[in-house]
Design a protein around this ligand. Structure first.
Ligand code: SF4
Ligand code: SF4
Ligand code: FES
Length: 244
């Protein structure tokens, strides 16, 4: 043991709650999730938190640590100033269930709206490496929803019904930019996925634990496709001449 650390952990549910203080013995290499487990084992067995892999793979231990969206299993205690308390709260953008657990089902409803991978019939399965690299980045998403949590369109404006959010622009980009996918998700992105609400603040990119370049590599190219489709005057003229 190398000392003790004070944790202030949110305890409560949709009807209200408060930060409760716990003193936790600290050992070298500990992460925030270890401290939560220690609290469950020694001080508050009814403290609710969601986790599965403890290896930054399953995306389920998302919370706000000192106000920043983080995976608790990837957040080391030695990243924080020694002697200062560490605050752990549930993600703010989603309805609370209890303590550190939030209801993230709006994300799964949004995921269902996006057409699945649709390869062309008789497509060639020989691709250039650069095409693979482009979509491989998006495949790293672990659906932790930290990007959704930090996005002001969801967090401050609560537009869960009309705005897919950065995680699902990543999902859409993975298929839209796939070399043999032929489904057209552009009208969907413009309408029910609400990509127009995104004003490219890049907050989502800053918190992604997989370092996906959400704005530069997914959102901006998708927005460019929309501009080409709906607002390029030459393309509009061409379509008009061809009666389309
Ligand atoms: S860049 Fe867009 S999607 Fe990302 S946090 Fe900002 S508004 Fe939300
Ligand atoms: S894009 Fe990054 S932050 Fe968003 S859900 Fe996927 S892994 Fe998490
Ligand atoms: S427990 Fe799986 S990502 Fe943290």
């Amino acid at each position: 043991m190398i000392g003790e650390c004070t944790f202030r952990v949110f305890r409560g549910d949709a009807s209200g709650g408060e930060l409760k203080e716990y003193r936790v013995p600290v050992e070298t290499g500990m992460v925030v999730l270890d401290a939560i487990h220690w609290i469950q084992a020694h001080a508050a067995p009814d403290l609710a938190c969601r986790w599965n892999c403890k290896a930054a793979r399953c995306g389920s231990c998302s919370a706000e640590v000192n106000g920043r969206p983080k995976l608790m299993c990837k957040t080391r205690l030695d990243d924080f100033p020694q002697g200062e308390p560490i605050t752990v709260r549930p993600m703010k953008a989603f309805p609370i269930v209890r303590d550190l657990v939030t209801d993230v089902k709006s994300n799964y409803a949004m995921a269902k709206k996006i057409p699945a991978f649709t390869p062309a019939e008789n497509a060639s399965w020989k691709w250039y490496q650069q095409d693979i690299d482009r979509v491989q980045e998006f495949r790293k998403c672990i659906q932790c929803f930290l990007c959704q949590d930090v996005c002001h369109v969801l967090r401050e404006h609560n537009k869960h019904d009309v705005f897919a959010g950065p995680a699902f622009f990543v999902q859409a980009a993975a298929m839209e930019m796939h070399p043999i996918d032929v489904a057209d998700r552009t009208p969907l992105l413009r309408e029910s996925l609400g990509i127009g609400f995104c004003n490219i603040t890049k907050c989502c990119t800053e918190v992604c634990p997989e370092s996906i370049h959400i704005t530069d590599n997914a959102i901006i190219p998708l927005k460019e496709r929309l501009v080409d489709r709906y607002y390029d005057p030459l393309l509009r003229l061409w379509r008009k001449l061809r009666g389309r």
